[in-house]
Design a protein around this ligand. Structure first.
Ligand code: TRP
Length: 450
């Protein structure tokens, strides 16, 4: 089969690609800010439970479907089931990808601005308030954020058109570990800040009075978002896994790496939040208004701030290409459009929606959809509704629809490896994961109250 998608993924180091997709702005930008909005430690606890009980099993389910079918989401469900109703997973996935990339570009534009500020040494001598003002002034203005947003989308599109993921992949293998080293260095400096320990307490000691229905849905939604789950990205990557790839271990490794990076980001940010008296509930700007305060004080801060924002941009890019790819694969393969044309159409349409997200911090600040700004609305609809529901269907498909011998075969590599937890896995995919997603979902949208 010579679909354009083959040339994308087969050249990729697929497992590294899965991690590259998972590790992104979700870990460094989103995790700290929604943990901060949801009371810190208690959010972390619920989020970790969802990663283990729902995230890892659903990732395994995506891997099972993808490797078995050797196709993208639409083709996979078409091959494995006669019923057309599973197409819903693919359709919701394309919609989620569209929404996610729209607001992802906004955050990427902030990253580019902070990179330029770092290069100009603009953080030096600035108070925490002044840094927050820099962020607010930039994010609420009109043209510059839009231009940076456009630059980011264009880079994403060029990589997807040019099929140069392989080159990118080579660099990511060096650059992502470097990002981890920089975050570790930030961590050391953050925890030694005066008053910084408060931040560690905030992140690691749960305060159960902060439990709310929103917390559950935010934690569930974020576990899908951060693992790139629920819209078939990992399913598609798995269609290129080798016969001897251990699906269970791969899921656990990707989830572990992803979680560690989020935690390291939290350990850098919360001590600084408390030491510099900013608010953990500052919202989407949290990382940007917090970290420059540490850079300003630490040895080598100038160089590290440049490297940090540069590598954050690279991490964003390796995730954004995986998101755009979903929409492009859909257009190219289901509607028989050339790959280049599909990429141009998809990225232009996504940018158009992205403009609204970016402007929702400035001129469109007062436009609300269900009480949310446009930016928040697209995030909540995609992360808290579309991804979990997609994951629920994927889980049900593997639990109930797919032949048990196939599920067992994929997990054991057709007797190449032994597994002990097969019944547990079936129980999770049949009942535990779908039911908990459904309850959290009903609870989150207010139909169920407890
Ligand atoms: N997981 C990425 C992050 O944390 C974002 C992402 C990439 C994503 N591909 C995805 C989210 C697919 C959901 C689905 O930044």
């Amino acid at each position: 089969m010579s679909t354009p998608r083959d040339s994308f993924s087969s050249k990729f180091g697929v497992i590294a690609a899965a991690a590259g997709s998972a590790i992104g702005l979700g870990n460094i930008w989103k995790f700290p800010y929604i943990a901060g909005e949801n009371g810190g430690g208690v959010f972390l606890l619920v989020y970790l439970i969802f990663i283990v009980l729902v995230g890892i099993p659903v990732m395994m389910a995506e891997f099972i479907i993808g490797r078995r079918a050797h196709q993208n989401v639409f083709g996979a469900f078409r091959t494995l089931s006669k019923s057309r109703r599973w197409r819903i997973v693919g359709i919701m996935g394309v919609l989620a990808a569209f929404f996610i990339l729209s607001f992802y570009g906004t955050v990427a534009s902030w990253t580019i601005e902070f990179l330029t500020l770092a290069v100009k040494n603009s953080f030096e001598g600035q108070s925490a308030e002044q840094i927050a003002t820099m962020f607010n002034n930039f994010s609420s203005s009109t043209w510059k954020p839009l231009i940076y947003h456009l630059v980011f989308m264009a880079m994403t599109a060029i990589i997807v058109i040019g099929g140069i993921e392989k080159g990118i992949e080579k660099y990511t293998k060096i650059l992502m570990p470097l990002l981890v080293v920089i975050i570790l260095y930030l961590d050391i400096n953050a925890v030694s800040l005066k008053g910084g320990f408060e931040g560690i307490k905030f992140l690691f000691f749960p305060d159960f009075t902060k439990l709310t229905p929103t917390l559950f849905i935010d934690a569930l939604g974020h576990s899908f978002f951060t693992l790139s789950l629920g819209m078939g990205v990992l399913l598609t990557y798995a269609s290129y896994f080798k016969k001897d790839t251990n699906l269970t271990n791969t899921s656990i490794s990707v989830a572990t790496a992803d979680t560690i990076i989020a935690l390291l980001a939290g350990v850098a940010i919360f001590p600084a939040v408390f030491a510099f008296n900013t608010e953990p509930t500052a919202g989407p700007g949290l990382v940007f208004i917090t970290l420059p305060n540490i850079f300003e004080q630490m040895p080598g801060g100038y160089i590290f701030s440049i490297l940090f924002f540069l590598l954050l941009g690279v991490a964003a890019l390796t995730s954004s290409i995986s998101i755009l790819e979903v929409v492009v694969a859909y257009l190219a393969e289901e509607h028989k459009i050339s790959r280049t044309k599909a990429t141009i159409i998809a990225s232009s349409a996504i940018f158009a929606t992205g403009v609204l997200c970016t402007l929702s911090f400035g001129p469109l600040k007062n436009v609300h959809i269900f009480n949310w700004t446009i930016f928040d609305a697209l995030d909540k609809i995609a992360s808290n509704i579309l991804l979990p529901l997609g994951g629920m269907f994927i889980s049900l498909f593997v639990g109930w629809k797919l032949n048990k011998r196939i599920v067992f075969g994929e997990l054991t590599n057709y007797a190449g490896i032994k597994i002990k937890f097969f019944n547990l896995f079936l129980f999770i995919t049949r009942y535990l994961a779908p039911i908990s997603i459904f309850i959290v979902f009903l609870n989150g949208i207010g139909i169920l109250k407890f």
